[in-house]
Design a protein around this ligand. Sequence first.
Ligand code: A3P
Length: 288
Amino acid sequence: MSATETMYILHHGLLLPTETHSTDSLKFAHEFRFKDDDVVAVTYPKSGTIWMQEILPLVLNGGDLTPIHTIPNWDRVPWLEESRLALVVDQLVSPRALVSHFPYNLMPPSLSTSKAKVIYVMRNPKDLVVSSYYFHQMAEFLEDPGTFDEFMDKFLEGRVLFGKWTDHMKSWMNTELGDRIMYLTFEEMLQDLPAALRRISNFLGRNHSEEVIQKIAEHCSFKAMKSNTMSNFSLVPKVYMDNDKSHFFRKGIAGDWENHFSSEQLARFTSVIRKELEGESFSLPWSM
Ligand code: A3P
């Protein structure tokens, strides 16, 4: 058996790591019953998932720091599709927050029938592929990424976790969720976190005071999260995540792609992304 076959399971054509996913967890996700006051932050991997696991409990609980300082991120705001959910679901207190990497078409039917809200967080794919490349080096449960050039090809062909980035985008940009979905970019959060937090807070009907917004922003900075043991994956043994190879909280910036892409790679990358999105009614929030 190849490394890919043992490290990943194939779910509706998407590669998912066996370390965190199983046929049982995927069945559990499909049958999951969303409640009307639930919120799920959806991301293509490396677009700001862990950031949302910090932000959502704070916004939902008026800036109370207890959850982010006492519960590891994976149990505090669990992944819909991962095995941990079944273990912690009964401990989640409403209003519940979840994260998911699923494309829209794989979300459980109860998302449509409930009034649960979705925040779709997007990141410039050029930075995302760089972030993912380093993550594959440190996450021992993922296939070695090879050279950056090889990894870029895999990314563009969708031979990576959760498939093609463009398919993910297309699915979430064309939902029937109406005003139950909010779109947010990683870059918007980087540029003005308090403004992004105000948008999230208003979307979730919290309308927090400026004092609460500033407090949340302070605890969701890159520096604060990097030193929060409940969020920085330092609790994860080295056999799963090797911090000597790269850090989960690596740089947390926009534009790092410029340090990695050659001009040939940039041309290849942009031409594939543009072609894949041809004819779509939405435009990307970044120049491509
Ligand atoms: P880099 O590898 O570019 O540093 P995800 O949580 O979806 O896996 O995304 C991880 C990326 O989000 C990493 O990007 C990580 O550093 C970045 N990140 C997480 N929290 C952040 C924060 N508070 N500020 C800036 N970047 C953050």
